[in-house]
Design a protein around this ligand. Structure first.
Ligand SMILES: [Zn+2]
Ligand SMILES: [Zn+2]
Length: 253
């Protein structure tokens, strides 16, 4: 089983989750062409992509979904609220498939669980993916807080992708207008380094081998600050990677 983070941050988010030669794309927030280029660059092009799963309708998560779904001939899956809110961006995709915000279903041979995230979108969610041999990958981004449901979903995952969006001090002292600062720091905004670290502190276990700090703000954070905050919380020996804009990162389980 592999997780390849193809893009992360406000300029675009996408990840490939692959198991046994079959794969799903989690969000396509960069162009279809760039998504495929990065999959090839990361050595993931041998996997057959069978679906695109959306976390929510914001453009940094859906930008390339329509073109790529058409090109690959695969369904786009998401909650009814997400599919409705993204309807214009998903016109004439081969198929849309609605899942519930807290759901269990199979796709590309993996057992997928969806869980609600706390974000200013219609009906946002995160996902965990479990392979046939019991490896689990969980990804939670675009959430103002780590709710008990999110923590529960990520507990026991072997690899975790967790939002580490901003350093609270950098955001507070930074150039953004007050309304935007409030939005980002709010309960339905984006996760701070401190909040991500606090959550991670409760999620460590011996099977956790990889943690990816995602959706790192270019304006209100640095990969180094995110790393420092998360590394402190990560008492286990799991590898920690901060994924900055235009970086590709991945792990195999
Ligand atoms: Zn968002
Ligand atoms: Zn986002």
């Amino acid at each position: 089983m592999r997780l390849i983070v193809l893009a992360s941050g406000s300029s675009g988010n996408s990840a490939l989750i692959e198991s046994g030669g079959r794969a799903v794309l989690l969000d396509v927030g960069i162009s279809a062409r760039e998504t495929m280029r990065r999959i090839t660059a990361a050595g993931g092009s041998d996997a057959r992509i069978e679906a695109i799963l959306l976390t929510h309708e914001h453009v940094d998560h859906v930008r390339g979904a329509r073109v790529l779904a058409r090109r690959l001939g695969v369904p786009v899956m998401g909650t009814p609220g997400t599919l409705q809110a993204a309807a214009r961006c998903l016109a004439d995709v081969p198929e849309t498939s609605a899942i519930r915000r807290q759901d269990r279903f199979s796709v590309a041979g993996m057992r997928v669980t969806s869980f609600p995230t706390a974000h200013d979108a219609s009906e946002s969610c995160g996902y965990t993916f479990e392979s046939r041999n019991g490896h689990r990958i969980g990804v939670a981004t675009d959430t103002g807080v780590v709710t008990p449901e999110i923590a529960e979903a990520l507990r026991g995952c072997h690899a975790i992708g967790l939002e580490s969006n901003h350093d609270e001090k950098m955001l507070a002292e930074g150039p953004y207008p007050p309304f935007l600062k409030r939005r980002i720091a709010g309960d339905r905004g984006h996760l701070s380094n401190a909040a991500a670290a606090a959550a991670l502190g409760t999620l460590g276990w011996k099977g956790l081998s990889h943690v990816f700090a995602l959706h790192i703000s270019e304006q209100n954070n640095t990969p180094a600050s995110a790393r420092t905050a998360l590394a402190k919380a990560l008492r286990q020996t799991a590898a920690l990677e901060t994924v900055a804009r235009n970086e590709i990162a991945g792990c195999g389980l």
